[in-house]
Design a binder for this molecule. Structure first.
Ligand code: ZN
Length: 57
């Protein structure tokens, strides 16, 4: 799971809206798009997720 840094919506990044597909590059960029507000963000490194899980407890 990852959390949108814009609206706070939590979603599975594997099921996110596939990021940008229309920025004009041949290869689509790695951005993840929030299904709630369409905000595009850079995927979080795993260590950041772990850090957040630890903090949550
Ligand atoms: Zn969002």
């Amino acid at each position: 799971m990852m959390k949108c840094s814009f609206c706070g919506h939590e979603f599975d990044e594997n099921r996110a809206l596939g990021g940008c597909t229309s920025c004009g590059l041949l290869k689509k960029c790695d951005l993840i798009k929030c299904p709630n507000c369409s905000f595009e963000m850079v995927p979080e490194p795993k260590w950041i997720k772990k850090l957040r899980e630890i903090r949550r407890k």
